[in-house]
Design a protein around this ligand. Structure first.
Ligand code: ADP
Length: 376
């Protein structure tokens, strides 16, 4: 029994063929530059995916596929469970597009193409916002005009939910503790980055908001800024809304400050003495520390802090610097443990540290495949 997992973005399509029962990946990969050259559209991208699978000797008919799982970024307030896709659901996901203009439209394209090419399988949408659907109102609401917020569905929805849930459950399993008994902070640091605070198994805050732009400094996104900057740029610098949106999404974060969005490149620049790259790193780490402190206050008692995703799993320096000097708050990192590479869940705090710090590799594709398997 296998599940095909599809994560359809505007210029890429990620896929994985996963055995949910064992966690085994029969295949996974990415088709890039969708919309360019030979991969003209999402139709061509999915065809290229099937060609790649065939080249690896994997033929659709022999894979034992029971479902196709689609990652959908924005589920609004309504969709917070894995949901069987039909025409009506596709329409509703489209209707949510104004809330996630960069993410929901390409997901819809991927769904439509996959449903056409694999019409006999159930297609299931798994929403990135789902885990956070029940945030306490005090964390969910922005302090803006209430009527306007209601009219335009302005709420903190949160994203990367599949990862935050998967990682926090893995952390509990690793520690041999009941999920509902732990207070956790999860730091998902990939190209996009978000933090969450989870109290006794329920999320009580998360750093992304109406859109995936709020919160931590990211590869190319600013995270938190004074909203006044937007009006200032519009009014005084004469930038259009589109210009400002592009700047905040694609030309900000560590790229905008330091000239590289990939932390491996940023490190090289820092090591070569590049002061802009160093500043970008310092701003990134400062924001991260600030969120850790804030979420410790939100939780009152913190049992475990987990790092995950590309930067969180691999960058020794970010983990060290984000939590350095926090022994008075109960966090003691063990330098040697932090430096030891591993693909497994592992502890990087000292045995005496009141708060346990973990590195937990995320696996959103497996989590999506498991959610689909449960449904069928
Ligand atoms: P996405 O958010 O696109 O799913 P990932 O979670 O895979 O991305 O994170 C990608 C980012 O992880 C890269 O842009 C890079 O900054 C960082 N990264 C990946 N590998 C390493 C590494 N070995 N050392 C430091 N950073 C890394």
């Amino acid at each position: 029994m296998t599940v095909l997992v599809i994560n359809s973005g505007s210029s890429s399509l990620k896929y994985a063929v996963v055995k949910p029962a064992t966690g085994e990946f029969l295949a996974d990969g990415i088709i890039e530059q969708v919309g360019e050259g030979p991969i003209a559209d999402h139709d061509a991208a999915l065809t290229a995916t099937f060609d790649k699978l065939a080249a690896e000797g994997l033929h659709l008919d022999d894979l034992g596929l029971v479902a196709v799982g689609h990652r959908v970024v924005h589920g609004g307030k309504k969709f917070y469970r894995p949901t069987l896709i039909d025409d009506a659901l596709v329409e509703e996901i489209e209707e949510l597009s104004p809330l996630a203009p960069l993410h929901n439209p390409p997901a819809v394209l991927g769904i439509e193409v996959a449903r056409r090419m694999l019409p006999d399988l159930p297609h299931i949408a798994v929403f990135d916002t789902a885990f956070f659907h029940n945030l306490p109102l005090a964390a969910e609401m922005y302090a803006i005009d209430r009527k306007l917020a209601d009219r335009w569905r302005i709420r903190r929805y949160g994203f990367h939910g599949t990862s935050h849930e998967y990682v926090s459950r893995q952390a509990a399993e690793f520690l041999g503790r009941r999920y509902g008994s732990l207070n956790q902070i999860v730091l998902h640091l990939g190209n996009g980055a978000s933090a969450s605070a989870i109290a006794n198994g329920s999320p009580v805050d998360t750093s992304m908001g109406l859109t995936p732009m709020e919160g931590l400094v990211m590869g190319t996104r600013s995270g938190d800024i004074d909203p006044g900057i937007i009006m200032y740029l519009w009014r005084t610098a004469g930038m259009s809304v589109e210009d400002i949106e592009t700047m905040l999404n694609r030309n900000s974060g560590v790229l905008g400050l330091g000239g590289a969005n990939d932390f491996r490149d940023l490190r090289r620049l820092i090591e070569s003495g590049d002061s802009a790259a160093q500043l970008a790193y310092d701003v990134y780490v400062h924001r991260l520390r600030k969120y850790v402190g804030a979420y410790m206050a939100v939780l009152g008692r913190t049992d475990v802090i987990s790092f995950t995703a590309g930067v969180g799993e691999n960058d020794i320096g970010v983990r060290r610097d984000a939590l350095a000097g926090l022994a008075p708050l109960g966090i003691e990192i063990d330098e040697a443990r932090n430096a030891g590479p591993s693909r497994e869940v592992r502890c990087i705090s000292t045995p005496e540290s009141p708060i346990t710090v973990l590195v937990v590799p995320t696996n959103e594709e497996l989590a999506i495949a498991q959610a689909c398997a449960e449904m069928v």
